[in-house]
Design a protein around this ligand. Sequence first.
Ligand code: G6P
Ligand code: MG
Length: 221
Amino acid sequence: MTGRNNMIKASIFDLDGVLVDTAKYHFLAWKRLADQLGIYFTEKDNERLKGVSRLESLEIILDLGGLKIDNVQKIKYADLKNKWYLEYINEMTPDEILPGSLKFIYELKDAGIKTALGSASRNTPLILKRLGMNSLFDAVVDGNMVKRAKPDPEVFLVAARLMNIEPANCVVFEDAVAGVRAALNAGMLCVGVGSEEVLTEANVVISGLYEMNIWKLEEIG
Ligand code: G6P
Ligand code: MG
């Protein structure tokens, strides 16, 4: 322990891959588009889309296929993918909240630590509603509210500002490399959620929120 632990006053959670596993739905929808465009797209390629905005994800897929199209067409394809993605999201239930997430969030609240959500997804409001989490957080910042995508720290800095907490007193839970960088760029602590080999820059890495508790939080820093 460094003593820095006492300074954690707020926790900011990424959504996709931290609180819920939407990556599988993103994959299915992108795969459908890639197939239609004749682009070979695998689950491994899908890893590169984590934490990346919708249009940037499309750019990555088009690059994989060496396809060049104009902006109007890009927006059309991104909209089409999102339409297919929403077919899955609209079927989601609270059962899909990843294990341990709610227990940990309530533990934080009981300890007087503020909680926020910071996601690149423009579908955040709908997903939170489907999960029954729409009034859980002190602040929600999503892809509709920020201009600069992770690894830019904007999404987390806005969350901290809305909670009225200094960035240095925030800890971020992130599953994406770009998200870990965004947290560190914001001057926040970062708990990586996933594998240590991938999230090498995080202050500490856990497999899932089921591993977290308030005492463990005190050891970070
Ligand atoms: C999250 C996901 C990304 C996704 C992005 C935008 O960061 O990890 O895979 O591309 O949100 O999501 P959206 O729901 O707006 O298409
Ligand atoms: Mg994520």
